[in-house]
Design a protein around this ligand. Structure first.
Ligand code: 3H9
Length: 684
């Protein structure tokens, strides 16, 4: 069957695309649209045209899988020009999402109608590119610069109602089932008009754009866009829409698009797009596996973690029972949840009604027995194996058969925890990241005996609560913290060898991380897990804590802080570290940024390779997902494994060997060595 079909209803040519799953504008779709436009122009019986899509969505954009391949004619800009130049009015009938090239097609149409649930956007920037089929020139002409800039530069879509208010839509069709008929009626209605709006020829909406609009926007969004190259190109393209005639502006857009589509950041961000989808797939699970219903969730522990976890389910409309040992701890935990919701409502991100609904779904209890009817229980108690075992023993005796028992442990052996129950098949690790209601990552730890439907249910649930889930096997620290430990070890070693905390942090900031390890330690508190009465002054941390340098909260840690929490390097810390180095017989030296970067990041890649080699992660791109969504690895480098591919695996191996003396107990992964020798990559 053809991906584009046409039929004539009355005097309207209805052009329908059917290219599952998302009606991407691949070569066959483009050709079909071109043919349909020819048909519309040449058939005198046709007075107007409707372009619509079957399936779950209007065109979701250009076919990303075609990027990097030789272009196939007709190009999308040619198709859209043909739509715009059609002598009969063309109406786009939009449902689902009109994204990227899909919205550009709609902008080429003379009119746009949509159902209220539709979303419209130009998300190209998230793929490291800019709209390349006229979007940067037509959208501002239709909605004005003020509305167009955020859409193009952040890539966030707008809901249909807002799109209607900004002039992007001509009509909303309330009856979703009636979209096609309504669009045909709309087309018949406008067919008789003598003139139709043509996006590229409009100038009214951009006529008096203040010249400062662009720099103001740059300034307001500088932090959010730091490190990414495409947003600035998007701004320049929209600037061209205002400062140049359409024909020139479109040339500017095309030059920028060609430059960016072949750039490294775009490759990396496309990798991220597909990696996020790949992570959802578990290779050895049957496709038709049973997904268990999760109607009620139990959480043990009402601390920061337990509360954050609870909010995920409450926000998704799933009732939660939260159990604590003492009433005051429970009250505190429930109070924090309410405050978090209230603050979100104050910022206008949710309604008071949503707050009330979420809170009405939350029950507090001091009794494990109240968890008996939960379909899933997650423990977020103290990170000690004995305590976890006790909790799981109790849960085993209370929970109904068929309930999933999950641990939020960040390091501990999930198999050992599972073995403390009589139902290890029902035990799984759900490792949330703090703040658990905000961070997108969820490591799903598959124990040796975890049942396939338990795993599949956890994956589905992750999607329901908006997490990016990555499956990990059992090992100390799983994927994320195990690689973090490899980095931390080097950060500590570099410190002893003479690198300063601010220098080490700065190398990571320059790389694109939001924070370095010593800033992070100061933020978390150096006394986390440290006990004054047991301190023997044997480690740098001991001494820092003993001297009251416990992090930001005490005004000093690895750094000194002013009252606004601005940090400055500390001579006292440097002297303490130098003292430890001298005691261990290590001469301190000046260490260059390149060495620091290599010593911090190459061992992480190596640890990732070991994780792959041991089958802890399913695929290299899953490791990238962990670091991008849980640890602030900059998205525009694609994640540690993709970044290693770009740097070159032989360069990574050579670097590890070069620094071998400083990292005596690091074993280079044989997978990494093998791939480097063969000139292979981790990702494809
Ligand atoms: C562009 O348009 C450039 C132009 O300006 C200029 C050109 C000259 N292409 O996300 P899902 C696949 S750039 C190819 O799980 P959902 C996806 O990989 C494009 N494939 O579904 C997945 O495959 P699989 C601008 C695509 O319902 C399957 O479809 N547009 C594309 O959760 C289902 O996807 C965008 O950036 C594509 N464009 O979400 C929009 N899109 O099943 C990108 C999806 O094998 N797409 N696939 O894993 C999306 O944001 C979401 O897919 C969407 C549906 C919201 C549409």
């Amino acid at each position: 069957m053809s991906v584009i079909s046409t039929r004539i209803q009355g005097d309207v040519l209805v052009v329908t695309a059917d290219n599952p799953p998302v009606n991407a504008l691949g070569a066959a779709v483009r050709q079909g649209l071109m043919d349909a436009m020819r048909q519309a122009a040449s058939d005198d019986a046709v007075k107007a045209v409707v372009i619509r899509c079957d399936g779950r969505t209007f065109f979701a954009g250009a076919d990303i899988t075609e990027f990097g391949k030789p272009p196939v004619s007709p190009s999308l800009p040619e198709v859209i020009d043909a739509i715009e130049n059609c002598p009969k009015p063309v109406v786009a009938a939009i449902h689902g999402t009109a994204l990227g090239g899909g919205l550009e097609v709609a902008l080429g149409c003379h009119y746009r109608v949509a159902v209220p649930s539709a979303k419209l956007g130009l998300p190209e920037v998230k793929l490291g590119i800019l709209p390349g089929a006229g979007g940067t020139q037509r959208l501002p002409r239709v909605v004005g610069v003020e509305a167009a800039l955020p859409m193009i530069v952040t890539g966030d879509p707008v809901p249909a109602k807002k799109a209607k208010a900004m002039g992007l839509l001509d009509a909303l069709v309330e009856d979703e089932a009636g979209l096609e008929d309504a669009a045909i009626a709309f087309a018949q209605d406008v067919a008789g008009r003598s003139e139709h709006p043509v996006s590229s020829r409009r100038s009214d909406r951009i006529a008096d754009t203040p010249p400062s609009a662009f720099d103001d926007f740059r300034k307001a969004n500088a932090r959010r866009l730091k490190g990414f190259e495409a947003p600035e190109a998007c701004i320049q393209a929209v600037e061209a829409a205002v400062s140049q005639p359409y024909e020139e502006g479109i040339k500017t857009e095309r030059v920028l698009f060609q430059k960016f589509v072949t750039g490294t950041q775009s490759k990396a961000l496309r990798h991220v797009f597909f990696a996020e989808r790949a992570a959802q797939k578990i290779d050895d699970l049957p496709k038709d596996i049973e997904i268990l219903p999760i109607r009620k969730v139990g959480i043990i522990g009402a601390g920061t973690m337990g509360g954050g976890i609870a909010m995920n389910f409450l926000s998704a409309g799933i009732p939660v029972t939260m159990v604590e040992m003492k009433q005051d701890a429970l009250d505190r935990g429930m109070g924090i949840i309410r405050r978090n919701y209230d603050n979100t409502a104050k910022k206008g991100r949710i309604t008071q009604q949503q707050v009330d609904t979420a809170m009405s779904n939350l029950t507090g209890s001091l009794d494990y027995a109240d968890l008996a009817d939960c379909d899933l229980v997650i423990e977020a108690v103290f990170e000690l194996m004995d305590i976890k075992k006790q909790v799981f023993g109790k849960l085993d005796s209370i929970m109904k058969p068929g309930a999933i028992l999950a641990t939020n442990t960040s390091y501990l052996n999930v198999n050992e925890i599972a073995a403390s129950t009589g139902r290890p098949e029902w035990v799984i690790g759900l490792h949330f990241f703090s703040p658990a209601n905000v961070m997108r990552l969820l490591e799903i730890v598959r124990g040796d005996r975890t049942a396939p439907q338990v795993l599949a249910t956890a994956m589905k649930l992750a999607r329901t609560i908006g997490k990016v889930a990555v499956v990990s096997g059992v090992c100390h620290g799983f994927i994320g913290n195990r690689m973090l430990a490899a980095r931390q070890k080097q950060a500590n070693a570099l410190l002893m060898e003479g690198a300063k905390p601010h220098q080490i942090d700065q190398v990571l900031l320059d790389f694109g991380f939001p924070m370095g390890p010593f800033q992070m330690a100061d933020l978390a508190g150096l006394d986390l897990g440290w006990k004054e009465e047991e301190s023997k002054g044997e480690t740098i941390r001991d001494v820092l804590c003993e001297r009251g340098r416990r992090g930001q909260k005490t005004g000093k840690g690895f750094y000194d802080y002013d009252e606004k929490r601005n940090r400055t390097p500390s001579d006292e810390v440097n002297a303490i570290v130098a003292g430890f180095a001298a005691k261990s017989g290590k001469a301190q030296r000046d260490i260059g940024d390149d060495e620091i970067r290599e010593r911090l990041l190459f061992p992480m890649v190596n640890e990732g390779a070991l994780i792959l080699e041991e089958g802890i992660a399913q695929r290299a791109s899953d490791i990238d997902m962990v670091w991008l969504n849980g640890y602030g690895w900059p998205a525009y480098t694609g994640g540690p494994m993709f970044w290693a591919d770009i740097v070159g695996l032989s360069t990574v191996v050579a670097g590890l060997e070069r620094h071998g003396d400083a990292m005596p107990d690091l074993t280079i992964s044989s997978l990494l060595k093998d791939k480097a020798a063969k000139g292979e990559r981790f990702n494809g």
